[in-house]
Write a protein of this length. Structure first.
Length: 157
């Protein structure tokens, strides 16, 4: 079964799965939390936070990678502290997982408000399918309009 993939190709596929798994694990809780806060609450600075969250989507990937390299490289402010602890992020699978998590983070945050209207629908007094019904059918619309004009009263009263 592995005749169609060489050992180095299998290694590359496994590395990709490892990076994708850890990127998801790293960004999912934060994405759900920030998305929930942005979808449900109004607070000063909400638009600034929303802009910062979506920055990886707006910036070119090369710029995002450069910023990550400057921050998490061995000479960067975060990378130098991590290096002292024996953790090297740059040019490793952990760096790839971090970069993938940061690039996926805005997409997770954007998915949360799509589910926010479901919360609002549960608090509607009438079922949503009945809320859009009118009191008159289209067939009787003309007849009711004439009655309203004559009697100056609303349809169905």
């Amino acid at each position: 079964m592995t005749d169609w993939l060489s050992p180095s190709e299998i290694e590359a596929v496994l590395l990709s799965l490892k990076v994708a798994f850890w990127a998801t694990i790293l960004s999912l809780p934060f994405g759900i939390g920030v998305g929930f806060v942005l979808a449900r609450f109004e607070f000063p600075g909400k638009q600034v936070l929303n802009g910062l969250v979506h920055l990886p989507l707006i910036l070119p990937p090369v710029v995002t990678g450069f910023i990550l390299l400057k921050l998490f490289g061995t000479q960067g402010p975060i990378g130098s502290v991590l290096k002292d602890l024996g953790i090297v992020i740059a040019f490793s699978w952990t760096g790839a997982a971090l970069a993938a998590a940061i690039m996926a983070f805005p997409l997770m945050v954007r998915a949360m408000p799509l589910h926010a209207p479901l919360h609002a629908v549960t608090h509607v007094k009438r079922p949503p399918d009945r809320a859009t019904r009118t009191r008159c059918s289209l067939a009787s619309l003309g007849r009711e309009w004439r009655k309203r004009r004559r009697r100056r009263r609303s349809c169905g009263s």
